[in-house]
Design a protein around this ligand. Structure first.
Ligand code: PMP
Ligand code: GLU
Length: 401
């Protein structure tokens, strides 16, 4: 009998983290690597938010807090939901944790039994299936297609739901595809969910503020208020406010579930960092004027990367409506031979080839349960993005049919 739990045997490490760690170790050896493998804005956290943190330290806010988070932050989150999403929650219905990631995990641990099923559209974020398994449930992938803009269709949802389904996990704007669900898309899914009263919705809205062009953000609890009693809405400050390292996310939903999530948190991490909570309070209540500037910068980078990648023979991508990822098909290149004589058989082989040959870290689509793609995060400087795309183009040109 080994030390590891049998549950862990089925759980894969995060590929976004693995590719980023590999890039860092190659850089430490002196290689020049551009890291486009982790979804993290390159912008600094705005100074007013940093100041709120140093002020919090000076004021002695360095002790344990309430498990669900400090009261003013939970009030600010409730206010944000009212102001931006038309959703009404009491502060008790809000819980704050170590990033949206931990809140998703808390929700799954609090709700899943052995054999509970969680359905989600793929391509999906690397952590969804693995978190479900860690929480003892069974992940059920519902494939979406590039021809549908990677949007989950109601018939496909209906076919995936059954007596064991506990959750539908939805993520819009989506990591990795950048797909944005319209109100009509969500309303069509809500129609299906009305026939399945025991299925809850985990709405992961972490990229809410990163929507471009004609697309508009919408969230299930607001589009289908009659379902709000079985929706958990998850969000956070990581992406919108360039605060990935602060580890603050939040969630709001029915009290019974939120209380159970607090029990999970109170018996594990206790709460997220007190100082980071004060910084998040400033993020949500302070100056919001930089948000459109971030969005404008991301949009320009998106257009640049989509153009450059589509100019490379063998790669193709649609223009994503949101988040900061381009999900490019590389299946046309699979089977080709690298100059080393190694055949590029899978998207993982291709991602490793790009790391070695082009000095660019990307994540293979298989990590997102979609073979034949690579994901590129364009939350990097324009200069890095230009260099990276040109190095990818040169590396692809060296592949022999
Ligand atoms: N959901 C999705 C879809 C994500 O891409 C991320 C990014 N890490 C998260 C949740 C979690 O973000 P965080 O824990 O930094 O709030
Ligand atoms: N969500 C980001 C990504 O997908 C950050 C890394 C992670 O937490 O997976 O790259």
């Amino acid at each position: 009998m080994g030390i590891l739990s049998s549950k862990l045997a089925a759980v894969k490490p995060s590929q976004t983290k693995a590719m980023t760690a590999l890039a860092a170790s190659l850089r430490a050896e002196g290689r020049s690597i551009i890291t486009l493998s982790q979804g993290e804005p390159d912008f600094d956290t705005p100074p007013n938010i940093c100041k709120a943190a140093t002020d919090a330290i000076a004021a002695g806010h360095t002790k344990y807090t309430a498990v669900a988070g400090i009261a003013p932050l939970r009030e600010a989150v409730a206010d944000k939901f009212r102001r931006e999403n038309g959703l009404t929650f009491s502060a008790d219905q809000v819980t704050v944790g170590c990033g949206a990631k931990q809140l998703l995990f808390n929700a799954l641990v609090a709700s899943l039994d052995e054999g509970s099923e969680v359905v989600f559209p793929t391509p999906c974020w690397v952590s969804y299936p693995e978190m479900v398994k860690l929480a003892g449930g069974t992940p059920i992938a519902i494939e979406t297609h590039v021809a549908d803009g990677f949007i989950l269709k109601p018939e496909a949802l209906r076919a995936a739901l059954g007596p064991r389904t506990k959750w539908l996990m939805l993520n819009s704007p989506s990591n990795p595809t950048g797909a944005v669900y319209s109100r009509a898309d969500l309303a069509a899914l809500a129609d299906v969910l009305r026939d399945f009263p025991d299925v809850w919705v985990l709405s992961d809205d972490i990229y809410e503020h990163l929507v471009y062009g004609e697309a508009a953000f919408a969230t299930m609890a607001e589009v289908a208020p009659d379902l709000a009693g079985r929706v958990l809405t998850v969000n956070g400050v990581s992406k919108s406010y360039a605060m990935t390292g602060w580890r603050v996310g939040y969630a709001a939903g029915p009290l019974e579930l939120v209380k159970a999530m607090n029990t999970v948190q109170g018996q594990s991490t206790s709460h997220t960092c007190s100082i980071a909570q004060y910084a998040a309070l400033e993020a949500l209540t302070g100056d919001q004027s930089f948000l459109p500037d971030f969005r404008t910068a991301f949009r320009a980078r998106r257009d640049l990367v989509v153009d450059l990648l589509n100019g490379i023979d063998g790669l193709s991508c649609r223009t994503p409506d949101g988040a900061f990822y381009v999900f490019a098909a590389c299946d046309a290149l699979l089977g080709r031979m690298a100059p080393s004589g190694r055949r590029i058989a899978t998207d993982m082989d291709f991602a490793m080839y790009l790391m070695e040959e082009a000095g660019v870290a990307v994540v293979p689509g298989s990590g997102f349960l979609a073979d034949g793609f690579i994901r590129i995060s364009y939350a990097s400087s324009e200069e890095d993005l230009r260099h990276a795309c040109s190095a990818i183009g040169a590396a692809v040109a060296k592949l022999a049919a």
